[in-house]
Design a protein around this ligand. Structure first.
Ligand code: 0X9
Ligand code: ZN
Length: 290
């Protein structure tokens, strides 16, 4: 995956830039790929793009379909430039590289990062409970829990790197973090059941993703509020991007599940899931540009 990102950057020097936004707990690079607008699409070369899109993948270690689909989407955005390549795209396909590696080598069902905690027998912080907005609501303070929020908001190098880089993005219009499983487009809030004020436009954009996915593969995605549709959970990427960065559109998209164990998909699902994501994101962006 790293080699793919490096090759993409070196083969497309005018549009693709690869940067390490920081190191993980164990010292791995966290890579961000910036895809700039295609120059030919912008009439005035001095003018800024109409907006930026941030795509996060792999925050949870065992959700392998997330980095995979994120890379497919990245590939499509670079190689199949269409009416949407006047935007700036920022991709972090493997937001939790230590966890991903640990899931590959040691414990397939690992979720968190690989931080050493106060408990020698229980490591790891749930990076989707560690963001600095409503930290601690609907999360666990027990290091042995799968949803351990960590000792403090942004205690983890991964969430610090991600939030620092996301904060520097100009004119952030859309944030999507890909997770699995459950086939759902989740919109804020995750920390409260109070309906969000711009619910209508979030649902409209979410429906555009779901309708496109249905058209392309027949799979159904529910469009629902994080807290109501799923469960209370705070300190996640979506609520932070919406509240702190004021990104008008912020979603957690839960990708495919399968019959046996939703996290462990058959390899034959990789291609179709990626096609759903590519069609879904493209439809979602078209909808929000209206
Ligand atoms: O619980 C989570 O972190 C996400 N589900 S997962 O099965 N991939 O772990 C959902 C997060 C939804 N967003 C918020 N609750 N803010
Ligand atoms: Zn997840």
């Amino acid at each position: 995956m790293e080699r793919y990102m490096m090759d993409l950057a070196s083969n497309n020097p005018a549009r693709v830039q690869l940067t390490s936004i920081g190191k993980s707990f164990e010292g791995r690079d966290i890579w961000m790929v910036h895809v700039s607008p295609d120059g030919s699409r912008i009439s005035d070369s001095d003018s800024a793009s109409p907006g930026s899109v941030w795509i996060e993948g792999g925050l949870h270690a065992r959700e392998w379909i997330s980095p995979s689909s994120t890379l497919h989407l990245l590939h499509e955005r670079v190689t199949a430039c269409d009416s949407q390549c006047d935007l700036d795209y920022y991709f972090v396909p493997i937001a939790n590289p230590d966890g991903y590696e640990y899931s590959r080598t040691t414990d397939r069902m690992w979720r968190k990062n690989r931080a050493v905690t106060t408990r020698s027998d229980c490591g790891g912080v749930d990076l989707n409970r560690n963001w600095d907005y409503k930290f601690g609501v609907g999360a666990s303070s027990d290091p042995c829990s799968e949803t351990y929020m960590g000792p403090a908001a942004f205690s983890e190098p991964e969430t610090r790197a991600l939030s620092n880089a996301m904060s520097k993005v100009d004119n952030l219009k859309l944030m999507i973090t890909f997770h699995s499983f459950g086939q759902a487009v989740l919109y804020p809030w995750g920390w409260t059941n109070e309906p969000i004020e711009d619910k209508e436009q979030l649902v409209r954009a979410g429906n555009a993703f779901a309708d496109a996915a249905m058209r392309i593969t027949g799979k159904s995605y529910a469009v629902e509020n994080s807290a109501g549709g799923l469960y209370f959970a705070s300190g996640a990427t979506d609520d932070w991007a919406k509240k702190v960065l004021n990104a008008p559109y912020s979603f957690t998209i839960e990708l495919r599940d399968s019959g046996m164990n939703g996290f462990i998909l058959d390899a034959s699902e990789i291609g179709p899931t990626a096609r759903e994501v590519v069609a879904g994101v493209s439809a979602l962006i078209s909808e929000i540009r209206k």
